[in-house]
Design a protein around this ligand. Structure first.
Ligand SMILES: C[S@@+](CC[C@H](N)C(=O)[O-])C[C@H]1O[C@@H](n2cnc3c(N)ncnc32)[C@H](O)[C@@H]1O
Length: 237
């Protein structure tokens, strides 16, 4: 018999919560996040410390449209999308490559009462972002993306940001937060390149970023960093 993954065990745990516990957490994002934080396994999610930092930026930005690349079991989607509740037009799109993780995330998001706020888009972001652009173009609400959270495959950070640039998702005002910077050093370099140096990449060379790394000493002792990058202008020419 194939052993269940820790994610699948967690899935069974939330699906089989006793009714009184389920009633106590249903529709309450903070309580649902606590179920993940207190589960006796480590999950590769943003967690409360770096999460709180990004939440502050979301509150400042008040995004109408926010995307994340890498949804996993729904932790960041619940934490970040719950900041968008006050604005009925604001929407959160979670791009996740794995069908298995996406199923778990959907149940976590439903339990948190965020079904209408969050849409999970399953598949590799490099493909699904292109389809997403087509979809947005057809809808009357097409705008660039206000807030991008990058937290998927570390080797895809630069190519997928370049793709977002190429698709015109990044415009002056767009905020981009990228997690696990120590594992993605080329991303840190990319957002610091001059327009001239950016011409070697397939993105938009003329985007001007303002960017800063924020370091965290996490519970359990290890260090990590989030890169917070703002598109401040386009260079003409
Ligand atoms: C670190 S986890 C995301 C954690 C999540 N953001 C959170 O904080 O709760 C990375 C996720 O990215 C997904 N992933 C990896 N490569 C991807 C890609 N090319 N497109 C979309 N998702 C991808 C993985 O399946 C995994 O679920």
């Amino acid at each position: 018999m194939v052993e269940q993954s820790k994610e699948e065990k967690f899935h069974q745990y939330i699906l089989n919560l006793p009714q009184d516990k389920k009633d106590a957490v249903k529709g309450k994002p903070t309580e649902v996040l606590k179920l993940i934080d207190e589960y006796p396994e480590w999950f590769m999610n943003i967690g409360p410390d770096k999460g709180a930092f990004i939440v502050k930026e979301i509150v400042k930005k008040q995004p109408k449209i926010m995307i994340e690349m890498g949804g996993y079991i729904g932790y960041s989607a619940v934490l970040f999308a719950s900041q968008l509740i006050a604005d009925p037009e604001a929407k959160y799109y979670s791009f996740e490559a794995s069908h298995e993780f996406a199923k778990i995330a959907q149940d976590v998001i439903d339990l948190a009462g965020l079904t209408k706020k969050v849409e999970i888009i399953v598949g590799k972001a490099s493909y699904t972002l292109v389809d997403f652009k087509e979809r947005l173009k057809k809808s009357s609400s097409y705008t660039p993306i206000d807030f991008v959270f990058i937290d998927h495959d570390k080797n895809s950070y630069v190519p997928d940001l370049c793709l977002c640039e190429k698709l015109n998702f990044i415009a002056p005002g767009t905020v981009i937060a990228a997690d696990n910077l120590y594992s993605a050093p080329e991303y840190k370099e990319y957002v610091r390149l001059s327009p001239e140096e950016k011409k070697r990449y397939p993105g938009r060379w003329n985007i001007i970023y303002e960017t800063k790394s924020h370091e965290f000493e996490l519970r359990g002792g290890h260090k990590d960093a989030v890169e917070l990058t703002k598109c401040i202008d386009y260079l003409s020419g």
